[in-house]
Design a protein around this ligand. Structure first.
Ligand SMILES: Nc1nc2c(c(=O)[nH]1)N[C@H]1C(S)=C(S)[C@@H](COP(=O)(O)OP(=O)(O)OC[C@H]3O[C@@H](n4cnc5c(N)ncnc54)[C@H](O)[C@@H]3O)O[C@H]1N2
Ligand code: MOO
Length: 417
């Protein structure tokens, strides 16, 4: 048996980011920039008002105060989006809206609250500071400056920055297109009749969801028959277009373990036993001229999920050009449980809070790797080291969260009286 670290290192050493692509900005959501992206415009694009009020010259409001307001005639209105060039008229004010271009020559904006708000002639109760309530062209970013450095993942704020900066296309590490293939003649796809001895393929939909949640793109979710020739043909076909392939089942010692039979000797494929529970039988290889990583995960649903979290997720992140590190969450064992000897053990747990406000965890949903209904009850996997044979009450355990932390915390907040 090899350790979890050894197997993960072996995978990550062989996985490279996918090719770069130049995409229209809205389609680059979730992807990582390859080079510095420079702004095509000053932001703001022009001097404009940050408040609804009046554009003035300060010198026209010398001594203005609530006790002795100064009266100025109003030239007219400047609305946001106004395209007419406006100029300050000495001794007068323009009524101006938030985001509207500042009339040339005006040097301050007085908020409407500091005036009587009149349209033709307004009383001003303050003497504004130089540049008050003015947003200057280029104060956010200047044309030609870097608006997004290389290696940035494009999320919502970055999309806003790029489109504002007039950037239309961006070079990114391409989307990672993933093929998910279940194996086993006992499986029927969702929605079809389940006969005697048959079960519904749950790994397919589960992995499709995990791939999507990991920011990658499931492009085909299907099934391989327990037949070598067809399986070989199908995998060859997917090696031509996929950026990663995940299979489940057929990696153990069964007489019909077709994946193992077909992929042994292909590319860098290796089948190993990893010192973990569940998830002991694992296969991995980089195959074909496009060097596609192929993950051959065990078929038991819990084993497949744990294998995804431990091996596939980090590899997909590397393939997508993301640099991530696991932020470890910990919890205190509210009950004790056994831990498999000589194997790192991932125990399904439900999270609550102990009296000090820390996460408290307890096994939930049963022990077997086949218990897919019980799996749905788990918030996290509690990790106990290979050396441990049990987890003692009150001991601290590392947690791999299966739901976003915000969701767990939200539920716990709701549980409280
Ligand atoms: N003699 C031995 N038998 C087994 C060993 C062993 O060391 N010696 N290891 C066990 C462990 S641990 C695991 S994990 C499984 C892995 O088996 P395979 O990867 O070969 O998977 P299958 O035999 O095809 O299936 C196992 C189990 O999972 C169910 N399954 C498979 N695919 C799906 C799916 N897409 N959706 C839902 N359920 C699925 C399948 O029906 C089996 O019940 O091997 C042990 N055996
Ligand atoms: O290692 Mo298997 O994955 O225990 O069920």
């Amino acid at each position: 048996m090899i350790s979890v670290e050894e197997h993960l290192e072996n995978i990550l050493r062989q996985v490279e980011p996918v090719a770069t692509e130049t995409l229209p900005v809205p389609r680059a959501h979730g992807l990582v920039t390859v080079s510095d992206v420079r702004s095509r415009a000053d932001l703001p694009r022009f001097d404009n008002s940050s408040m609804d009020g009046y554009a003035v010259r300060r010198e026209d409001l010398q001594g203005a105060s609530p006790e002795s307001p100064v009266l100025l005639p109003v030239v007219g209105d400047v609305a946001a989006g106004d395209q007419l060039p406006r100029e300050h008229v000495p001794g007068k004010a323009w009524r101006i809206m938030t985001g509207a271009p500042l009339p040339v020559g005006a040097d301050a904006v007085v908020r409407v609250e500091d005036t009587d708000g009149h349209v033709r002639e307004a009383q001003f109760r303050v003497h504004p500071e130089e540049g008050a309530n003015i947003r200057r062209a280029g104060e956010d970013v200047r044309e030609g400056e870097v608006v997004l450095p290389a290696g940035t993942r494009i999320s919502a704020p970055q999309l806003a920055a790029l489109v504002s900066a007039g950037v239309e296309e961006v070079e990114v590490v391409g989307p990672v297109r993933v093929v998910v293939l279940s194996t086993g003649d006992e499986l029927v796809p969702f929605g079809e009749h389940v006969g005697p001895g048959q079960i519904v393929d749950s790994n397919g939909p589960m992995l499709e969801a995990l791939v999507r949640e990991a920011g990658c793109f499931p492009v085909h979710v299907g099934h391989l028959p327990d037949d070598e020739a067809t399986t070989r043909k199908e995998i060859r076909h997917h090696l031509d277009h996929a950026d990663a392939i995940i299979t489940t089942g057929g990696v153990s010692k069964g007489a019909y373990d077709i994946v193992k039979a077909v992929l042994t000797g292909e590319g860098s494929t290796e089948f190993v036993e990893v010192a973990m529970q569940p998830g002991k039988p694992q296969g991995f290889g980089v195959l074909g001229r496009r060097k596609v990583p192929v993950f051959m995960l065990p078929g038991n649903p819990v084993s497949a999920l744990v294998s995804f979290e431990v091996f596939v997720r980090p590899a997909l992140e590397k393939r997508a050009g993301r640099h991530v590190s696991d932020v470890t969450t910990t919890g205190l064992a509210a009950a004790g449980w056994p831990s498999a000897a000589d194997r790192r053990t991932y125990t399904r747990v439900r999270v609550t809070r102990d009296s000090t406000g820390e996460y408290a965890v307890e096994p939930v949903g049963g022990h077997g790797s086949h218990m897919v209904a019980g799996l749905a009850l788990a918030d996290a996997l509690a990790v106990s080291p290979a050396e441990a044979t049990e987890v003692g009450v009150g001991s601290q355990v590392e947690l791999v969260l299966l739901r976003p932390r915000r969701e767990i915390d939200g539920r716990l907040a709701g549980d409280q009286p």
